[in-house]
Design a protein around this ligand. Structure first.
Ligand code: F3S
Length: 415
């Protein structure tokens, strides 16, 4: 890669060992990806996770060196002019009565959160930063972790970010630079797969089904959705999360919605393919069926808010639960950002959900915490997909009202 004199001097150690290491990460990564240089990065969403010992089987030594590295990162300041927020953690700082919220892990994560805040990171602790104030504008160059948020930033906001991991996002935050490759460049934002949508999409989970289908078909490509109406924010959230679950999608185009895709021609940069794949009502149903193979009806967890719930979803869940009780033996979790929970507290939604026996979980989610469950029900395709591997449970995908009805009944009642 071509480096400026200043970048080369940082690489050579002029600003200390840690920033030289950050520069080395970016340069090596850029070289591998074929970048010609580094460009200014305006916005990051970084992951500073304390590895969960139980989930990842990290040794004490690994934990110590990992923590030491993250603490070293936090001895620096985030780059001037770069807006940096923090991704969800593996634990919650709330007092929940599950052994998985190991106090030692919580203490370490809290320590890290304080250090990161001093370094200039805004500790949003969410997988949906665009719901709590990190809303980049069209064209803004970002370095975001969290695959669902990456797709949302590129597809819905028209911002530009490749998929980042912990180290690259920290390096981008401290240096304010990213290697210029992939969807940061116009030519790499061209659609690769045309999806004609004729299905009747009536709920955010239906949009999750569309994303789950298209992610499988697109792989690492860029699907272009044609024929569908404009999604709501919650619908777009589910679409983007599912695209990055079944596939390695970094961005999609929704014709007439994605800022740079006013038309099909725009989305394909004037080379519209003849070949299309169809997403009709039958394909929609098939996505639900693919995450409903179960060996019994009883459920022991209902997980709502994947990605983290918006205030609108919390209002809906409170409305559905008002005056009801979650069945004995069922845990109902609603995952959200602490900022959104603050709003829900003020608006009375938290009380309604808690009175019904539910728990609002902030900073993390049951899947990240590996909360044990045998059979869960959820409205998020991402949660339904990953919980099967990460919690090793059976999962049922359903719309929000069906999830809540089943949680109250203690068993899957169907749509
Ligand atoms: Fe967020 Fe957990 Fe889903 S971190 S995207 S709620 S798996």
């Amino acid at each position: 890669m071509n480096l400026t004199t200043e970048q080369q001097s940082i690489l050579d150690g002029s600003k200390g060992e840690y920033l030289a290491k950050c520069m080395r990460w970016l340069v090596q990564w850029g070289d591998v990806m074929g970048a010609e240089g580094l460009i200014k990065c305006d916005n990051t969403h970084a992951l500073l996770p304390v590895p969960n010992l139980m989930a990842r089987n990290a040794s004490d030594d690994t934990m110590r060196s990992y923590m030491a590295d993250l603490k070293q990162a936090c001895e620096h300041r985030t780059a001037e002019g770069c807006y940096c927020t923090l991704h969800a953690a593996f634990v919650t700082f709330e007092d929940v009565d599950v052994p998985e919220n190991d106090p030692e892990q919580v203490a370490m994560q809290k320590e890290l959160a304080d250090l990161a805040a001093n370094a200039g990171f805004i500790p949003t602790f969410t997988c949906a930063p665009y719901l709590v104030g990190n809303v980049p504008v069209r064209g803004e160059v970002c370095a975001w972790t969290e695959s669902s948020a990456v797709v949302y930033a590129n597809t819905i906001l028209g911002a530009r970010t490749t998929r980042h991991g912990t180290e690259s996002a920290i390096a981008a935050s401290l240096l304010g630079l990213v290697p210029e490759y992939g969807v940061l460049l116009d030519e790499n934002r061209k659609g690769s797969l045309r999806v004609e949508v004729t299905a009747n999409l009536t709920h955010p989970t239906d949009w999750g089904a569309l994303g789950y289908f298209a992610g499988k078909e697109a792989g690492l490509g860029i699907p272009v959705f044609n024929g569908c109406r404009r999604p709501s924010q919650d619908e777009a959230k589910q679409l983007c999360a599912a695209l990055a679950t079944s596939g390695g999608v970094t961005m999609a185009h929704i014709v007439g919605v994605t800022p740079e895709a006013r038309t099909l021609e725009d989305a394909f940069q004037d080379e519209v393919p003849e070949e299309t794949i169809l997403f009709d009502n039958e394909t929609l149903r098939a996505q639900y069926e693919s995450l409903r193979q179960i060996t019994g009806d009883e459920i022991d967890a209902c997980i709502l808010g994947c990605p983290h719930a918006s205030i609108r979803e919390l209002a809906e869940i409170a409305h559905l639960l008002k005056g009801k009780k979650v069945a004995d033996g069922v845990r109902l979790w609603v995952d959200t950002a602490r900022g959104t929970k603050g709003n829900a507290d003020a608006m009375g939604y938290t009380k309604i959900i808690e009175d019904a026996g539910g728990t609002i979980l902030t900073e993390t989610c049951p899947t990240n915490m590996r909360i044990p469950a045998k059979r869960i029900i959820t409205h998020g395709f991402k949660q339904a997909h990953y919980s099967r591997g990460m919690i090793e449970c059976e999962s049922i995908i359903a719309k929000t009202d069906a999830c809540v009805r089943s949680a109250v009944a203690g068993k899957w009642l169907g749509d």
